[in-house]
Design a protein around this ligand. Structure first.
Ligand code: PXP
Length: 253
């Protein structure tokens, strides 16, 4: 079953850079984390180059060429970021909304309101990268993503993960249902489906049971857990959790 429904893990190394930047200097190096994650079995690396460079900086993105793994560059669809992506040509670009004052990416991209400017950005970036749009699990946003020319949608799992973490079971069930329906709709439109934000071992296992989901991008929890268990063990445990979720497909569980 696992081979029939393969699923990839992209490790987001932003918060290795957060720790580095707390003291300036070079340690810990997000590239060392990227190499360790790939050696442990992760399929790719994600970096979010934010406008304020609060964690990942331009040289981290440039240096990722040294790591033989697909890079998924998360960024806002601004002129500056599009210029950087056109120069670096990462394997994938995930367009996200970005507000300067937010602690992390708070909501999905409003693709419905994005109009021609977003369509143009997707077209430009698609010349060298697989373009993904980070959206809420909402039918209108998914249909607009298809119309905008994206190859991929990444479903925002943050609301579901938060409800789960706070023990709000009814809300969590409702949010999971939305993710499940959104994944089915996106897949039926020919979009590749990714998911991410706020995932931990438990939620990654549960969402891996949705057969349409081809990739998870996970950062904060894994970097936090690596303090206790080391990144190698955390990547392997995350892959095992995803495999357990995958094994549920078709099992009737
Ligand atoms: N996917 C996207 C599009 C994101 O913006 C983020 C956060 O940078 C993640 C995945 C990873 O979220 P987390 O760090 O909560 O695992």
């Amino acid at each position: 079953m696992a081979e029939k429904f393969p699923i990839r893990l992209g490790v987001n190394v932003d918060h290795v850079a957060t720790i580095r930047n707390a003291r300036g200097g070079f340690h810990p190096d997000p590239l060392r984390a990227a190499r360790a994650a790939i050696a442990a079995g992760a399929h790719g690396i994600t970096m979010h180059l934010r406008e304020d460079r609060r964690h990942i900086v331009d040289s981290d993105v440039e240096r990722m060429k040294e790591v033989p793994a697909p890079l998924n560059l998360e960024m806002a669809a601004t002129e500056e970021m599009i210029g950087i992506a056109r120069r670096v040509k990462p394997h994938a670009v995930c367009l996200v909304p970005e507000k300067r004052a937010e602690r992390t990416t708070e909501g999905g991209l409003d693709v419905v309101a994005g109009g021609a400017a977003l369509r143009d950005a997707v077209k430009l970036l698609s010349a060298h990268s697989r373009v993904s749009l980070f959206v809420a699990p909402d039918a209108a946003q998914i249909e607009a993503s298809k119309k905008a020319g994206a190859a991929v949608v990444e479903l925002h799992t943050g609301t579901w993960c938060e409800a789960t973490a706070h023990g709000n079971q009814q809300q969590a069930r409702g949010e999971f249902q939305k993710l499940s329906e959104a994944a089915r709709l996106a897949h039926s439109l020919g979009l590749e489906v990714h998911a991410g934000h706020g995932l931990d071992f438990g939620t990654a296992e549960l969402i891996s049971a949705l057969p349409e989901i081809a990739e998870l991008n996970i950062g904060h929890y894994m970097v936090g857990e690596a303090v206790f268990a080391g990144l190698d063990a955390v990547v392997k445990n995350m892959l095992a959790a995803m495999a357990r979720g995958r094994a549920l497909i078709g099992s009737g569980a």
